[in-house]
Design a protein around this ligand. Sequence first.
Ligand code: SF4
Length: 480
Amino acid sequence: MASTIEHVSGDRRYFIRTFGCQMNEHDSEQVAGLLEADGMQPAGAPEDADVVVVNTCCIREKADQKLYAYLGGLKALKRSRPGMQIAVGGCLAQKDQDVVRSRAPHVDVVFGTHNVHRAAELLARAAQEGPIVEILTEAVRADAEAFPSALGVRRDLPHSAWVTIQVGCDNSCAFCIVPAVRGPEISRPFESLLDEVRQLSDQGVAEVTLLGQNVNSYGRDLALARRKAGERVRVRPLFADLLRAVGAVGGIQRVRYTSPHPKDLRPETIAAMAETPAVCEHLHLPLQSGSDAVLAAMHRGYTAERYLERLAEARRGIPDLAVSTDIIVGFPGETEQDFADTLAVVADAEFDSAFTFVFSPRPGTEAAAMTGDFVDPEVATERYERLRAVVERSARRRHEAREGRREEVLVEGPSKTRPELTSGRTRQNKLVHFAAPATLRPGSFVDLDVTGAGAHYLLGELVAVRATPARRERIPVVAA
Ligand code: SF4
């Protein structure tokens, strides 16, 4: 999925095109905040921009083809707009480094995943000195200001913020490029995170989503570093502590997080979710495959049985829990029996929703070299359709089970698919469409009765407005 940040203000204007995941979306918010702190204004389209930043992703399929096609389109535009600058950042830039400028010499700045915070500075320098490629191989220090911060960003929903708690990943899933491009796990210090959440709350933010590649191992590196320095500290389940502490910040009414690794989902996290009223009843727990052989080949560190046990523990501990997942179909070597095992686990797990993907090799990953075991694309596509049918059945069942219930919904704004309706999210992260007066502002909390359900949404009837947002205006951009 690609997205854009398109806004307006000042003399020089910028446009950001983002490919990829929430981490990348949040990095783009940070770049937008930096450019605005530098006096730039957002533009509605690249044609109106003096600076175009392309934030790349190498996790998604055909990422490089999409990037170079997009950059090709910008070449003629740059010729017609003297002084226009193009910057390319993100994980594909990190991985390909000099390749970006050799394939697209009209690019002015290339930056990686470890120096997103320097994007504005690099653009200013490039305007004086010419093209710059700056890719850092070292990850940021834990106390560095370079963690993507929700305070210096430009976001579209002022009541809702992403907070990065950790960058990098210490795992080595065979299909994933993240450890290579984002480096080992580095956690942001606990107190600095809490300070940020308190400031967000002061600014009217009611919902925070804690972001990390493997949130459940949050803080492990911090504790190990203290032990190395001679302190006698226990590597405690810091993520559970963090959930409780963030949930206790006044004004924060909803806490979400993504993503935990199933092998690291600890009882303490489940208890913290259950016992902290602000933490929402939604768990995104990536399964990836239901076959033990495929899970082992992926280096996931759990079996299907262990996954289902953890899921059952979470459901036992957290009433009314909604569960979503990620599943890859056609991983190299996946047999019909492996796939049947996945279907059985998915049917058993009764997910509320699932992001399903057909395997496609990401250059630089272990799985990309397993060419002899690649699954025939037609077979993989057919399996994908069968899997989707099973997921949709359980999603619909779980949505229909909510009909007649009263739900607390955080209002997001006009529905993207049915503009005559308003959309919001329940605590279980379910999208709800409902008729609302035009005066109902995004960020309001409402009660509504669920009157209908589809596989991907609920329909509701407004019952009462519980609270309107603390602030009406957009949160001012803070210089990072
Ligand atoms: S846990 Fe696995 S899939 Fe997730 S970021 Fe780390 S290596 Fe990638």
